[in-house]
Design a protein. Structure first.
Length: 312
């Protein structure tokens, strides 16, 4: 589908499927399958590859050499954009929420962005909230010194990104009754749902608190496909207090899941998804015979070398 200059190594598509035997599912007559989108590319994991790839095509086709995007201090999307820029030889500019961060040492996530060549531009939170106002954006572009950049929205979820995620749904045809994914902006769910076959449905687990996601996903689908699809739903109970919050109960669940299955469980998105599916299974929310397929969008990054070196 993509004509982006091939990244190295080449993306692994379709991503692999992996069935897990877990008694919390089997005793309810359910099959749990993982869709390993985390294995698509080492630097552009999961849905970030699917979302960025059509945008990179568009940027290159229109003659852009600079990518500009937005994110918080721990944004996976910023990291993925920085990595994509390095792999494709494009300049990248990251507009980061929080001008106080400019005074501090970079956190590991932003350090990685900088190492990939991303130029970081910090702005205060009030301006950040207004970043899509044409006037604010124009001022911002002047301030960054970016000439003619290709602008990707926060979280990367524009129509091209949603379109890119339809391939995830298409790859899941015949491999799920319910396909479930953790949601940030909901762009991945919006595209995946549109790519599924008519007898399948999509379930989204928002990791942010707020209950605003349903209308946003409908709007994304309207913009991309002309109308929303009726085959998805959200369960808003599993945000655990908000973005990147990992209370002890979630950590204990994730550690136990790792022990049972040897799968490193990324804490911000994937832990909440797997917790939700396990809870729904135990609640009897899925009819016996249902194949539940969980989209694994990332695996836990390796711990920093400094932490393990003390024990050697
Ligand atoms: C960005 C991200 C998501 C959420 O994707 P959206 O399209 O914003 O809903 C899920 N999992 C991981 C690991 C991510 O980095």
């Amino acid at each position: 589908m993509s004509t982006t200059p091939p990244t190295s190594p080449r993306p692994r598509l379709p991503s692999p499927l992996q069935e897990l035997r877990d008694d919390r599912f089997t005793r309810h007559g359910l099959t749990l399958v993982l869709k390993r989108d985390d294995l698509i590319h080492p630097d552009l994991p999961g849905n970030k590859y699917r979302k960025l790839s059509p945008n990179l095509d568009a940027a290159v086709a229109a003659g852009h050499t600079v990518l500009l995007t937005f994110g918080g201090a721990y944004s996976n999307h910023l990291r993925a954009t920085a990595a994509a820029g390095r792999l494709l030889g494009m300049e990248t500019i990251g507009v980061v929420r929080g001008d106080e961060l400019a005074e501090r040492p970079l956190n590991p996530s932003l350090t990685q962005c900088a190492a990939d060549g991303m130029r970081l531009h910090f702005i205060d939170r009030a301006t950040y909230r207004r970043k899509t106002d044409p006037e604010v954006l124009a001022t911002l572009l002047r301030a960054t010194g970016a000439s003619h950049p290709y602008v990707i929205p926060e979280g990367g979820s524009n129509s091209l990104a949603v379109q890119g995620c339809t391939a995830l749904g298409e790859e899941l045809r015949g491999h799920a009754h319910t396909a479930a994914v953790a949601c940030g902006t909901g762009g991945t769910l919006a595209g995946m749902a549109a790519g599924l076959a008519p007898d399948q449905r999509a379930l989204g687990i928002p990791v942010l608190k707020g209950g605003f996601l349903g209308p946003e996903i409908r709007a994304l689908q309207e913009r991309t496909f002309g109308a929303p699809t009726a085959n998805w739903y959200l369960d808003e109970r599993f945000h655990f207090g908000g973005y990147a919050r990992t209370p002890p109960e979630l950590t204990a669940f994730a550690n136990d899941f790792e022990d049972r299955h040897g799968l490193p469980v990324e804490r911000v998105y994937v832990a909440k998804l797997l917790y939700a599916l396990t809870a729904l299974s135990e609640e009897g929310a899925f009819a016996p015979g249902t194949q539940v397929t969980a989209v694994i969008t990332a695996t836990e990054p390796a711990p920093p070398a400094a932490q393990s070196s003390t024990s050697r």
